[in-house]
Ligand binder design. Sequence first.
Ligand code: NAD
Length: 342
Amino acid sequence: MKNLGIIGLGNAGANHLKSQVDAGLVNVVAVSDSDSSLLQKVADEFCIERRYTDWHDLVADKEIDAIILATPPFMRREMFLAAAEAGKDILAEKPFGISLQEARDMADAAKRHGIRAMVNFGTRNLPTYKKLRELVQSGEYGTPRWIWFKYFLVVNPKIFNPPGWFWNKKNSGGHLGENAGHAFDLICELMGSVKNVTGITATLPLKHYAESLESGKPDIENLGVATLEHENGGVTVLANGSVPGGEWGMSFDIITDDCVISVKRDKFITIQRDGEEVLNYEAPFAWRPIPSGSLAFARFLNGQSEPDDSIASCEDGVRAMQIAEAAYQSASTRQTASLGNV
Ligand SMILES: NC(=O)c1ccc[n+]([C@@H]2O[C@H](COP(=O)([O-])OP(=O)(O)OC[C@H]3O[C@@H](n4cnc5c(N)ncnc54)[C@H](O)[C@@H]3O)[C@@H](O)[C@H]2O)c1
């Protein structure tokens, strides 16, 4: 059985740890967090003996075959490069770094050191999106031509209070990479590669931010709109934002040359043809990307056969970051950005 280490035991990392311990597909032998009291608490809870406050010690641990990187985005590149150099296989939490250059550096390092790596994009292993891919790939409902996509996080201390790094562009890379990256990954799977991007960003100093931020105003956009022109002539319009209430999650319509396929809140799929509903599907659950992705990684490490699209590669991580970067470039120049030029 492969030996796994996890770096970062916050929201995502503790969830990875629990998922791996519960499933028992790999041995979790070591964990790391720079917050020593959190490290002791979480490691005690899951009876993990090897605990490192310095992540370099976990990377240097010769008994570890693979590492999950669940630290904030701005730390991704440094940790990934060190882990790849040490020959470890890697599950990198999304986003794949905080810039396109970082994503490319990590993809190059994975190739150079011959390691296996995966980026944990949320839709790859969830029942709704597995079903959606199946429906689209069957060809029975036509060819996707347009997508209208709404992806909102409901951010409010009573509902969901993201950590401080999330609200700072320098640390998270911006919400079009950090959050909409999940959506860009899925959209490219459904409609193929993107040629041009037109973006707009806006920041609204909503009152509830004051409770989680010293400045009371995020140093980042909380609305990003991107229009994607696909190589195949298709068009996607996406709005990604953080809002104080309303509908959580991904909801979108795919307009094909035959039908309209609608996905609501990561859970429900309906298909209409000529105004009649021809399919209605409800997934057993909506958004649980960490257990699903974590276990796909464990099976991948064990060489178990997985559908090709369940593992997002480093190149997929680069692709999502390239679209985000093109959207930011377009938003700042007020011109459409060509993917070839970012
Ligand atoms: N795939 C998904 O759907 C999903 C869901 C949630 C979070 N994430 C991603 O996971 C990453 C972490 O997010 P989070 O919400 O868990 O953040 P978090 O702030 O809750 O946790 C980050 C942890 O990293 C630790 N850390 C910071 N510096 C460190 C260092 N030098 N060495 C070791 N540990 C260090 C912190 O102490 C903290 O415990 C982000 O990139 C986020 O986007 C992905």
